[in-house]
Design a protein around this ligand. Structure first.
Ligand code: C2E
Ligand code: MG
Ligand code: MG
Ligand code: MG
Length: 287
């Protein structure tokens, strides 16, 4: 608790708060070496068709194993990486790594059409060549641009204009998802400006979908917006069978969450693909 805020007086913080801020300073500088020291890894969470139960894509989620603190949440270190600019190099590594993994999975029988969703921070998008660089990474790994979905959060979109980047990549076939939809000041004008194909309904609404009528109404409204604009919807953070049934009955066709599968290390994700064949090998539209 900060005390004595008058001029010349010293602020006293409680122990927990000062430890937290110390940690953040350390983490901030250590993050710069995390890549070189091999402390970063990607886990992959499957995205399912709720109607057929088949896996359509994986979302790549970054993991940082710190030598002393153990696993650090991306919700903590991604903002730090954005602040320091480390996100540029880290983001390049994430895209490269995720593309290589998808190229490997495409060589498995039946999984030629699997897609990969990659989260990107708009802080990665400064500079005039970023769209070409992104396409370069995708093509060097032997993938088609349409194999990749890039996820941008509404929060970050509020702070940076990513329209030009997104338009260039969309023209090449890359698909865009608006992540955590509904958690910022949802300005529907974005949906017109950005070449988005997918809305991800934030987990905070999905978790309330079987509770208060208001949450149910919000999810219904988001799905209605998506439908009328011709966009797909993904329900994020499905944790219970009741939630799965509820979002499906509201017309949401795609879902992700601990009920269906947590994010998996690459070996376990590969095992899942080996045991769960899709019904056929035809490229299905994401809707
Ligand atoms: P996100 O993109 O919205 O990812 C979904 C988050 O929800 C992930 O947390 C995932 O592990 C978690 N999740 C999935 N299913 C469930 C569920 O059923 N219940 C609950 N409670 N949680 C679930 P994670 O991996 O901690 O990532 C947090 C955020 O960090 C991500 O949110 C994304 O915004 C960011 N992030 C992760 N990896 C990257 C990356 O490579 N680059 C960038 N720029 N951001 C990343
Ligand atoms: Mg995401
Ligand atoms: Mg999300
Ligand atoms: Mg999120």
């Amino acid at each position: 608790v900060a005390k004595g805020r008058g001029p010349g007086q010293v602020e006293v913080f409680d122990d927990a708060a000062s430890h937290r801020s110390l940690d953040r300073l350390d983490l901030r500088s250590e993050l710069r070496h995390a890549l070189d020291r091999d402390q970063l890894a990607l886990h992959y969470q499957p995205i399912f068709s709720l109607n057929t139960g088949r896996i359509l894509a994986f979302e790549a989620l970054l993991r940082w194993t710190h030598p002393h603190h153990g696993s650090v949440s991306p919700d903590v270190f991604i903002p730090l990486a954005e602040d320091t600019g480390a996100i540029v190099e880290i983001g390049r590594w994430v895209l490269d790594q995720a593309c290589r993994q998808l190229a490997i999975w495409h060589r498995l029988p039946h999984w030629r059409t699997l897609a990969m969703a990659v989260n990107i921070s708009p802080a990665q998008l400064r500079g005039t060549k970023v769209a070409e660089e992104t396409l370069g990474v995708i093509r060097r790994t032997g993938l088609e641009p349409s194999d990749i979905w890039l996820e941008i959060t509404e929060h970050s979109y509020l702070r940076h204009d990513v329209t030009e980047y997104a338009t260039t990549l969309r023209a090449a076939g890359v698909r865009f998802a608006l992540d955590d939809f509904g958690t910022a000041y949802s300005n529907l004008a974005y949906l017109k400006r950005l070449p988005i194909e997918i809305l991800k309904i934030d987990r905070s609404f999905v978790s309330g979908v079987t509770g208060p009528e208001l949450d149910l109404s919000i999810v219904r409204a988001i799905i209605a917006i998506a439908d009328s604009l011709g966009l797909s919807c993904i329900a994020e953070g499905i944790e219970t069978e009741e939630q799965r049934v509820a979002v499906q009955e509201l017309g949401c066709r795609l879902g992700q969450g601990f009920l269906l599968s947590p994010p998996l290390p690459p070996e376990e994700a590969t095992e899942l693909l080996r045991t769960e064949y899709p019904l056929d090998a035809v490229r299905v539209p994401i809707r």
